[in-house]
Design a protein around this ligand. Sequence first.
Ligand code: CTP
Length: 421
Amino acid sequence: QASFLHYDSDLLDYLPQQRRKLLLKLAKEASLLGYNLYLVGGQVRDLLINIPLNKDLDILLEGDLKKFFVHLENKYGYQYDYNNKFSTGFLHNQYGFSIDIASCREEKYHFPGSLPLVEKADLFSDLFRRDFTINTLVIDLNPGRSGILYDFFGALNDLKNGILKVMHDYSFRDDPLRILRGIRFQILKDFKLSSKTIEISQRSLRNYDYHKLAIERVFTELSYLFKSKQDLSQFASVLLKEIPVLKLIKSDFEFSSSQKSNFLRAEKLLAQSRENSLGVNHFLVRLMILFYNSKESLIKSWPLSTLEKKIFVNKIWENIDFSIFEIKDPALKYRRLEFFKKEELIMFASLNFESDYIEEIFKHLKRRETLKIPISGHDLLDLGVKQGPEIKKYLLEVRDQILRHQIENREEALTYLKKIL
Ligand code: CTP
């Protein structure tokens, strides 16, 4: 549950000094033009629940943003980027964090999921068009009122109770990615979607025309969740029981109970991979588990890297021969297993969870991370081996001997090479 800062005192005192000073300076300049400046969004939410503010600053201007930028440039030489279409901009500063500034605006959606048409508006309308109540809190930055918190939509109460309430019935129709954001907040930030919000998300997903959503946007939002190093077991139950949000990726997505078990097993294996710092691509593994039987053409249309697509489509783990694990010679076993990528072995392990080989797989992957060959190609050249494939061959032979516990250090490696050469 949320632990609150003293929101009856000046909340800006909780900001790092440089940020606080810069914000107040900008607000003073805005007031000279008759404009108002506010701190809004996720950072106010995080500040109130004691999450340190180290992300970029998001501020909102009631006024003409272009004129504000020009004013700052003339007076202080500040550089800026300005986007006329969206009334947003970026102010460069010397401190190394970024400041996004937007003019208060309303967004009109041409069709569900489209990019919005933007119209100038006041603070209230700007907040009203946002996703969840907890993201509508505002801290006034203006001289004489700085540090005061505004709560137009009962956000403090929802924040206190850890509840995610969608702002209005059409919010998810306007932007269905907000459903994914809500699920991310629930799983990663410990909030809970209200029952009405779940209902609205179900309805929006039922009525949604999935063709109109840019897949890149869905993947970006999904990656915030799927790249997480936290346990996502809850995602399986949220998905299965309540919100079929993966329809945003594949409109006929179905979630079977065997997929659910596979996902839960994969979560256990991913946790084990984190304990051993194996650097497994969590996003890819989770995606492969959930979309296991999808058509190749669909997978290839997704914004994945060439390597990720190859791993996904080839499903090489389906053909891993169990006899590999019975090989007695550790060097030969290593050579056979290193042929597979980490994610391929994790997939194999998720789908053959009952097998006795899970431990073997992790032993191998750990070895892969830590194994060092104590000599280099230069040593082999010095010993008279010709440049070319021979070098690699001898390096691997040394590695084999290390795996067989016949060589432990550089001296022993050099002695061994001199003998066989
Ligand atoms: N927002 C929205 N719909 C979206 C994305 C964002 O309404 N699809 C609103 C939210 O109210 C959010 C604000 O825009 O607070 C800023 O968005 P962003 O910086 O992406 O998110 P944060 O809420 O700051 O949270 P986080 O970085 O933790 O995702």
